[in-house]
Design a protein around this ligand. Structure first.
Ligand SMILES: NC(=O)c1ccc[n+]([C@@H]2O[C@H](COP(=O)([O-])OP(=O)(O)OC[C@H]3O[C@@H](n4cnc5c(N)ncnc54)[C@H](O)[C@@H]3O)[C@@H](O)[C@H]2O)c1
Ligand SMILES: [Zn+2]
Length: 356
């Protein structure tokens, strides 16, 4: 089992990674403590034995699965149940599920009595490599994602890859999008993916290690933490217009942004070509959706209206520059549209070559 510490000015958090992570930590974490579990309907149905084994005396809140339940009404219902269960300052919340559960369960723990202990048990690949680590918690409001939230570090994160055995391919691909994002920032992960996937557990651990070090240096995303948005400006815009999964859109976004950055001389040519090849290989994983790239202006418009990416009328992207190097790259809307159109042409050209 791998153990990673994440120390910020506010908390010390410990992340345990391995098939024994839950078995070895849960008895101590649940012993003599009032426990409250937040999970979703899919995870609850699949892992009944797990809940019976470790949480037989705990209050279990089962949220229907889906992003649409990451909202205020669910948060209120969770907090009311916590209060009704008589949780106090020394009680502990366990968020067992994907990123939706981690985000809303973590926020409930942050708010209840101004913050009680929280343990994250991520069950999707995306949550294991990304969302359970780093203390970002949130809900969506009026269609705006993650607009209400808090930075609140979990006391522990228990990453057990065994949960991934029941994950549908679409969700595996979502996690893959984030893993490739780390490859764009970290030479070790880049080399690992270029060689081809070997040991998933090891790969999860190096991704977490990378994120933990970034969060330690920049917990509140004033600078370096923004690097974790590589591929996300264009990816998110594609997600909003296409309805494809987050991971697949991030992969498309990363390919297109890298192509744009190479042409502008922002990203090293040879390195960028290798990164694009890694992205392309990840995109070939099932399910493969055909993305309609004919309406560049439509998704460029979405990038512009995204407050997180737009600054002084500029579209702001975090892009890979060279191995282990990234940069913030800002373009005017017109420059962005023109660069994106050229990248889309490149994509189509490469696709045609592949199909022949
Ligand atoms: N806090 C952060 O830093 C951060 C980072 C990235 C994403 N996020 C958030 O994470 C969310 C996306 O996370 P996600 O992709 O895990 O989505 P999710 O939580 O909706 O899970 C995806 C699906 O997989 C199911 N599932 C979960 N574990 C399973 C298992 N072991 N076997 C079978 N099915 C399982 C869920 O029920 C759901 O249907 C978004 O809300 C996003 O905003 C947060
Ligand atoms: Zn993402």
């Amino acid at each position: 089992m791998k153990v990673i510490s994440l120390n910020t000015p506010s908390t010390a958090s410990t992340i345990y990674i391995g098939k024994d992570a839950t078995k070895s930590r849960l008895p101590a974490l649940t012993n003599g403590v009032k426990c409250f579990v937040v999970t979703d309907s899919n995870v609850h149905a699949l892992y009944g034995d797990f809940f019976t084994e470790y949480f037989k005396d705990a209050e279990i809140f089962v949220l229907p699965a889906g992003e649409e339940y990451k909202n205020f009404a669910s948060l209120q219902a969770i907090l009311e149940k916590m209060s009704a269960a008589g949780l106090h300052r020394t009680s502990r919340v366990f968020a067992v599920g994907g990123g939706v559960i981690g985000d809303i369960g973590g926020l409930a723990a942050a708010l209840y009595m101004r913050g009680i202990s929280c343990v994250q048990i991520p069950t999707t690949l995306l949550a294991q490599v990304d969302s359970s680590v780093g203390g970002k918690t949130a809900i969506d409001l009026d269609g705006v994602k993650n607009v209400v939230g808090a930075f609140y570090q979990p006391q522990e994160v228990l990453v057990n890859p065994t949960f991934l055995s029941t994950l549908p391919p679409r969700e595996i691909k979502c996690g893959l999008g984030e893993i490739v994002k780390y490859a764009a920032l970290n030479g070790e992960i880049f080399d690992c993916l270029e060689r081809g996937f070997e040991d998933l557990e090891k790969l999860i651990a190096v991704c977490i290690e990378h994120k933990a070090r970034v969060v330690e240096r920049d917990e509140k995303e004033a600078g370096e933490r923004k690097s974790l948005n590589v591929g996300h400006t264009t990816g998110h815009a594609i997600e909003l217009t296409s309805g494809l999964s987050h991971g697949e859109c991030v992969l498309y976004g990363m390919w297109l942004e890298t192509d744009m950055a190479i042409k502008a001389g922002v990203c090293e040519k040879e390195y960028g070509a290798r990164l694009k090849a890694i992205v392309k290989r990840a995109l070939k994983n099932e399910p493969v959706s055909k993305l309609d790239l004919s309406n560049v202006k439509a998704f460029a418009g979405k990038a512009k209206s995204d407050k997180k990416n737009a600054d002084d009328n500029k579209i702001v992207m975090s892009v890979a520059k060279a191995k282990n190097e990234w940069t913030v790259w800002a373009l005017s809307f017109e420059e962005y549209v023109s660069a994106l159109e050229k990248a889309v042409l490149d994509w189509k050209r490469e696709e045609l070559v592949c199909e022949q």
